[in-house]
Design a protein around this ligand. Structure first.
Ligand code: GLY
Length: 373
């Protein structure tokens, strides 16, 4: 890489499709040259959206030149992961088809663009190369890594998916300068999750530097991104296809988060807020079941509050319970959940009883408070 001094490179070593994650401020300025070195093909379809295209138009056009690249702007947000946009991209690939061309995809945007682009790359002609350039904090620390890609049906999120690894991931924290605080907080919830599941040092760093992080301090943010990426890369290396339930620990807080989102019909709260609430729920459940002491439960609540993330919410307990029951993790009348033992240590339990699930709802069911909304 050119920007050797400032770029950190983290490998993802897999049986097939090993690749590197490059993290560096200003990496995007010369992204075309970094991509060219990988030789992914000779015609790139860049999938992006108005939220990224508008502020970064100059750099995008400088790097992705006509003739070598075609830029497609899809809609911002979850709606990009739809049949409509899937076929828009597929049609573009078909139009680009010629015996001289070896097409590849560049996902330039948040998690939804990474999901859409990665999914198309995985299924078009049974797989073409793709590159991830995540632009949101959440995508930089989590969703651009691991190769899980999916699109939604009108009724069910992520119902069509493949695990398909990118050729490389390029993370440029400079993109975060234009990211709204509410979107940044989506990522903060996941950063806390990484501390909780694997890294007490990261957890303490997030706590002691919360003000600087919220102010967008570049070196603090770079440190958080690097720590989270390293954790995720290691977990994916050990359990790429989630066959050993190791990768399942990344779902800490997500089972209840999905149930909550489902019961609120994805309207009232963001995913990051749901994950924050899900972690408080999972921590309390772990305490109620005797897996951990009260201390880590309070620590998780405290850190989320420092980041202005919610820790209580009024919700319909019956609906949330029904959503949990229909969740794919519900096996033989017992719920499978990631349980907290202490900060930095979690494990998967397959034996959570319905009565405990309902009992723990009460801990959260208070008015919703979000300081920075
Ligand atoms: N793309 C997200 C993951 O693989 O976990």
């Amino acid at each position: 890489m050119n920007a050797k001094l400032t770029t950190k490179t983290i490998p993802v070593k897999l049986k097939e499709n090993s690749h590197y994650i490059h993290i560096g401020k200003g990496l995007f300025k010369t992204i075309a040259s970094h991509i060219a070195k990988l030789n992914p093909g000779n015609f790139g379809i860049v999938i992006t959206s108005p939220n990224i295209y508008a502020p970064y138009r100059k750099l995008i056009l400088k790097n992705f030149k006509p003739g070598k690249y075609k830029i497609i702007q899809v809609v911002d947000g979850e709606a990009a992961k739809s049949k409509k946009w899937l076929f828009e991209v597929v049609e573009e690939l078909i139009r680009a088809n010629s015996w001289k061309r070896r097409p590849f995809i560049v996902c330039l945007g948040g998690g939804t663009i990474g999901d859409l682009g990665g999914f198309v790359a995985g299924i078009y002609k049974r797989g073409i190369p793709y590159i991830q350039i995540p632009t949101t904090f959440l995508a930089q620390i989590d969703s651009s890594i691991g190769g899980k890609t999916a699109i939604d049906s009108p009724r069910v999120k992520n119902i069509l998916g493949v695990i398909y690894q990118p050729k490389a991931v390029f993370i440029d924290p400079d993109f975060l300068k234009t990211l709204p605080l509410s979107h940044f907080k989506e990522g903060l919830a996941e950063a806390v999750k990484y501390g909780v599941i694997k890294d007490p040092q990261l957890f303490n760093f997030l706590k002691t530097h919360h003000k600087k992080i919220l102010q967008g301090d570049p070196s603090c943010i770079l440190r958080v991104i690097t720590a989270c990426v390293a954790i995720k890369a290691k977990i994916v290396e050990q359990d790429e296809k989630e066959t050993k339930s190791l990768r399942t620990i990344l779902n800490f807080g997500h089972t209840f988060a999905h149930a909550l989102e489902g019961s609120l019909k994805y309207r009232k709260i963001s995913h990051g807020q749901a994950v924050a609430l899900g972690m408080v729920y999972a921590a309390n459940l772990s305490f109620n079941l005797g897996f951990c002491s009260q201390q880590p439960v309070s620590q998780i609540k405290e850190i989320l509050e420092l980041f202005g993330l919610p820790t209580t919410i009024r919700f319909n307990q019956l609906k949330a319970y029904q959503s949990l029951v229909y969740d794919k993790k519900f096996l033989t009348g017992r719920l499978r959940m990631v349980i907290l033992e202490k900060i930095g240590k979690v494990r998967v339990s397959e034996a959570i009883s319905p009565s405990e699930i309902k009992k723990t709802f009460k801990v959260l069911n208070r008015p919703f408070i979000d300081k920075y909304r």
